[in-house]
Design a protein around this ligand. Structure first.
Ligand SMILES: C[S@@+](CC[C@H](N)C(=O)[O-])C[C@H]1O[C@@H](n2cnc3c(N)ncnc32)[C@H](O)[C@@H]1O
Length: 709
């Protein structure tokens, strides 16, 4: 490496120190003037500290200017680095500033001598030490300048001066930027040409089929999914000639199953629910882990009943039901009691809530929550809610909350994850991570999509038949934690058909999207629309006309935990943990949220007897007999004798008792006709002739209040 190159890259070396000359002279046996030690040390320190640091920075700057593949300094200058590291001294570097200032950078004499010693160089300080710098200089030079410039090496050296180096640097930068822009443009052009009409459809040839059997390349799959969706978005322009939309859809379905690991059945269900692009976002959202939620289920305040953890999907149906103080409410599937306790709060602990759940195990959690929160207006019972109309009726309002019998679609949508989380929290977990249950992706079958909605249909009819249309309410709220049309609109549609005495009304919730009025080419019949012309006194001016669009599809925010905080044991308020994300009109894939659905019915009259007896409306269960338990009240023209206790009617009571006995027998699998037989027995042994009056006497002496039911 010539001096020019070295100058160019490292700047002008510093003048050698007096000490250095003295050393050399000593070696040569010449007389030496004493150099004060302090001065020497000062000189060394000065170079090693401030100056060399500055230079290191400058050098780095210089190397980064227009250098595409500059090697790290240490590897470029092996010997120098080695020698320096041995002495543990800062790297002596040269910088642009030094050059432009016309001040040479350089090495301390100690550095130089060290090098000399190590490399066995001649003592002659004028001797060439080029070997130290050559490789670095050449390497740098090649990296910094183009080949053309290399050819005119001499010119470059001449041209590169302290004055123009900044300019040259800029020029180099500009050239590189231009090159990069050209390369990018070329790449875009190539991409454009290649993907204008994406080739995404798999052929049927053997080779392709074999390839399909191999482990999928996820990146390619992803690309193909995106391309297919692009084609479906703009089929007229982007599809290959002679292909049909269904071919692309089939390809997309196949790829989604392979990429996300869904069964074809479930993937198809979800694909049908959304436009392709939205469906993709939905699948992606289900892959995204839900936020970590800090458990607040074991704090002293929690245990003292000052709050309960609630998901939006829990309290919105309660708000839709809008229970009034003093009313009689049925929560059909209530464990562990999130909604029940909130209903109780809304009713200010008045009236009466029948909190039903067939699971006795789960009811323990329900009872625990009821006690913990100081709820005093709840009666817990354990029935299959389909049986409820036979057990009891006359409720002002009935809530049929989400009913996850087995993990179905809703689990994928994570609607039930809150429930799981909720239970976990009750179990005292401090931290938890809401994760998905991936098995759902593959183990859901057509059967699940039939049996669950079927049960929900039966339950909804039961809910309707348990409501008193003539009381202060007459409302039924049906809600699910699912986006599945089968569990939502189709169930509602079914109930509207089977029970013309109910109509949909607004949920009065200011959020959510309208429920579907059509799905996969099928329009949901506007049964309620036909009825809306027949205004009855119980219509109360409600708007029944919009039918299924009155139902609401929602999302709940899993991080939007709401807390029902009780003050003095029972006064709640709700707040959002992350309220900046409080949005309710989208689906899970838009905000990492979960889907749910709410429909509100109003019962405008008793269920017609012929419909109640229609056994085709439910699965033939052994003791199936739907009984509308709507209470027979004064406004239904049942004579009620007034007395001191508000009116008794022994005859009516006897009728009720008789009916209850029959139902009880049916429940036990016995034939209720057996009840008629004792009469014959009476005749034979005559025992009951005495027992009966006794029972009668007992009945008449008992002060019975006329309850609402
Ligand atoms: C998701 S949980 C309900 C959560 C509750 N609504 C709350 O807010 O805390 C579903 C409940 O439905 C109950 N269930 C299942 N089948 C039922 C049926 N046929 N009748 C009534 N409840 C049922 C389950 O035992 C379960 O406790």
């Amino acid at each position: 490496m010539g001096t020019g190159n070295r100058l160019k890259h490292q700047g002008v070396p510093e003048p050698l120190s007096e000490a250095h000359f003295a050393k050399l002279k000593r070696k040569a046996g010449l007389p030496v003037d004493d150099v004060p030690e302090t001065k020497k040390r000062k000189a060394q320190n000065g170079k090693a500290s401030g100056k060399s640091n500055d230079k290191a920075t400058g050098r780095a700057n210089k190397k980064s200017v227009g250098t595409k593949a500059a090697k790290p300094l240490s590897s470029q200058n092996g010997k120098l680095a080695k020698s320096k590291s041995k002495k543990a001294k800062p790297e002596p570097e040269l910088d642009l500033e030094d050059i432009s200032d016309g001040v040479g950078g350089g090495f301390s004499d100690e550095d130089m001598s060290g090098l000399d010693e190590e490399d066995g160089l001649a003592d002659d300080f004028l001797g060439s030490d080029d070997s130290v710098y050559d490789s670095e200089g050449e390497g740098e030079r090649r990296a910094m300048f183009s080949e053309d410039e290399d050819d005119s090496d001499g010119d470059a050296e001449e041209k590169l001066t302290a004055a123009n180096i900044v300019g040259l640097s800029r020029k180099l930068d500009k050239e590189i930027a231009e090159e990069e822009a050209a390369a990018e443009a070329e790449l875009q052009e190539t991409l454009q040409t290649n993907i204008d009409v994406p080739h995404v459809l798999e052929g049927g040839d053997e080779e392709q089929q074999n390839t399909a059997l191999l482990a999928p390349d996820l990146q390619l799959l992803r690309q193909r999914i995106s391309d297919t969706i692009r084609v479906l978005d703009d089929f007229a322009n982007l599809s290959e000639p002679g292909t049909s939309r269904s071919e692309y859809t089939a390809q997309l379905l196949k790829d989604i199953c392979a990429y996300y690991g869904y069964s074809e059945f479930l993937a198809e269900k979800l694909l049908n629910l959304f436009p392709p692009r939205e469906a993709l976002a939905f699948f992606d959202a289900n892959e995204t882990p839900r936020p970590i939620v800090i458990s607040l289920g074991a704090t002293p305040e929690y245990l003292a009943g000052h709050y309960i953890l609630q998901a939006a999907s829990s309290f919105l149906p309660c708000m839709a039901l809008a229970p009034q103080e003093g009313e009689r409410i049925l929560d059909m599937a209530s464990a562990p009691g999130g909604k029940t306790t909130y209903l109780a709060a809304l009713m200010k602990n008045t009236g009466c809530i029948f909190a039903n759940d067939p699971s006795k195990t789960r009811s323990r959690g329900l009872i625990g929550n009821v006690h913990r929160l100081g709820v005093r207006n709840v009666i817990v019972c354990n029935y299959d809610a389909r049986d409820f109309p036979k057990v009891m009726g006359g409720f002002d309002r009935v809530l049929l909350g989400e009913l996850i019998l087995t993990p179905v679609l809703s689990i994928i949508l994570l609607g039930t994850e809150f429930e799981r989380a909720f239970l976990l929290q009750l179990d005292g977990f401090y931290f938890m991570f809401i994760a998905k249950d991936p098995s759902v992706k593959t183990n859901k079958t057509e059967k699940d999509f039939i049996t669950i909605p079927h049960t929900q249909k039966q339950l909804l009819l039961g809910a309707i038949d348990s409501v008193n249309h003539a009381g202060t309410g007459g409302y039924i709220v049906y809600s699910t934690c699912s986006v599945s049309v089968e569990e939502n609109e189709m169930v509602v549609q079914y109930a509207l058909k089977k029970r013309p005495n109910v109509r949909l009304v607004s949920t009065e919730l200011p959020f959510g999207k309208e429920g579907f009025t059509a799905y996969q080419g099928k329009t949901f019949e506007h049964t309620t629309l036909k009825l809306s012309s027949r205004k009855t006194p119980t219509d109360r001016g409600l708007d029944y006309s919009k039918s299924l669009s009155l139902t609401r599809r929602f999302v709940s925010h899993l991080t939007l935990y709401s807390y029902l905080v009780a003050v003095y044991g029972f006064k709640y308020f709700c707040f959002a943990l992350m309220n900046d994300r409080l949005r309710w009109t989208q689906y899970p894939h838009t905000l990492n949220l979960d889907g749910f659905y709410v429909a509100k019915f109003h019962k405008i009259g008793p269920t017609p007897a012929n419909l109640v007896k229609d056994k085709t409306e439910s699965t033939p269960r052994q003791d199936e007999e739907v009984i509308d338990k709507t209470p027979i009240l004064a406004d239904d023209k049942v004579a009620v004798e007034a007395d001191d206790f508000g009116g008794f009617d022994d005859e009516e009571d006897a009728e009720y008792i008789e009916r209850a006995k029959r139902n009880a027998m049916r429940k036990r699998g016995l034939d209720p006709k057996a009840l008629d037989k004792p009469k014959a027995q009476d005749k034979t042994n005559g025992d009951d002739s005495q027992a009966k009056p006794k029972a009668k006497a007992r009945n008449s002496s008992k002060p019975k209040t006329k309850s609402k039911a």
